[in-house]
Design a protein around this ligand. Structure first.
Ligand SMILES: NC(=O)c1ccc[n+]([C@@H]2O[C@H](COP(=O)([O-])OP(=O)(O)OC[C@H]3O[C@@H](n4cnc5c(N)ncnc54)[C@H](OP(=O)(O)O)[C@@H]3O)[C@@H](O)[C@H]2O)c1
Length: 231
């Protein structure tokens, strides 16, 4: 039984993750972290939770301003981290990678846990080898803080690596949407659209469980993308 600590446990994503971990035969919900959790409910800080729970790995789905600090705290305790909080910039990624290597444990940063989204990115990278023109249109609800989305930035990185050209990104914030993205390719008299739609945050839970179960197969350091544990 792997003992998992969930930071952001009361959130829209964290709550279904906690429920799925608690229900899994091979996982134990070691503790829940959120500032509003006190007493027997959970822990207000990750440090208090690590000290009290004998957790073996950490899942962080909190907020961009605190996710790096949570990750570094977990690494100092020697715990692998499944990082789902989006908005990790290049400088923070460098710091996390260095800390993970020093600690000798992996961090898996997945900008999108939806398995269909990971396949969308994989197929987009493949199409970009052949089709030169590409644009990314991402749609989220207005509550999403970071813009463009982490998925759009990751897709742009993959397309640029395949084609040598960075695609333009359009970000739409509108009610009724959870997380959608279209990758649009253009060529003479033809277009190709690769579209991913998620209808609820439940879409992210199977990918989180996959990451939790497989993260310890990864080498020490930062790994970006659920694809590292998909195949
Ligand atoms: N990778 C993916 O596939 C994916 C999918 C969906 C969302 N996300 C990302 O996941 C993150 C959370 O999204 P959400 O919609 O679940 O947000 P949310 O509903 O606002 O939940 C945020 C959670 O983090 C906690 N929190 C915030 N600041 C904290 C702090 N300083 N210390 C401890 N806990 C803190 C909140 O509780 P308190 O306020 O009580 O502290 C709450 O439990 C965002 O970055 C979002 O973009 C990623």
């Amino acid at each position: 039984m792997t003992r998992v600590l969930v930071c952001g446990a009361t959130g829209k994503l964290g709550a279904p993750i906690c429920a799925a971990i608690a229900a899994a035969d091979d996982l134990t919900l070691a503790g829940r972290v959120a500032r509003s959790l006190t007493g027997g409910e959970g822990f207000a800080t990750i440090s208090a939770a690590i000290a009290a729970t004998q957790a073996q790995l950490v899942v962080d789905v909190t907020a961009p301003e605190v996710a790096e600090a949570h990750t570094l705290t977990a690494l100092q305790a020697g715990l692998p981290v499944v990082l789902g909080t989006t908005g990790l910039d290049a400088a923070a990624a460098t710091r996390v990678d260095a800390a993970a290597r020093a600690a000798g444990v992996p961090v898996l940063y997945a900008p999108n846990f939806a398995i269909t989204a990971v396949l969308m990115m994989r197929f987009a990278a493949e199409a970009a080898k052949v089709l030169g023109q590409c644009a990314i249109i991402e749609e989220h609800n207005p509550a999403k803080v970071d813009r463009p989305s982490g998925t759009a930035l990751r897709t742009a990185d993959l397309v640029e690596a395949s084609s040598g050209t960075r695609p333009q990104i359009s970000s739409i914030r509108i009610d009724g949407v959870v997380a959608n993205q279209t990758v649009l390719f253009g060529a003479e008299a033809q277009t190709l659209e690769i579209r991913n739609v998620t209808t609820s945050r439940e879409a992210f839970v199977p990918g989180v469980l996959l990451a939790v179960r497989r993260i310890t197969t990864l080498a020490p350091g930062l790994h970006v993308g659920l694809e590292h544990v998909l195949d």
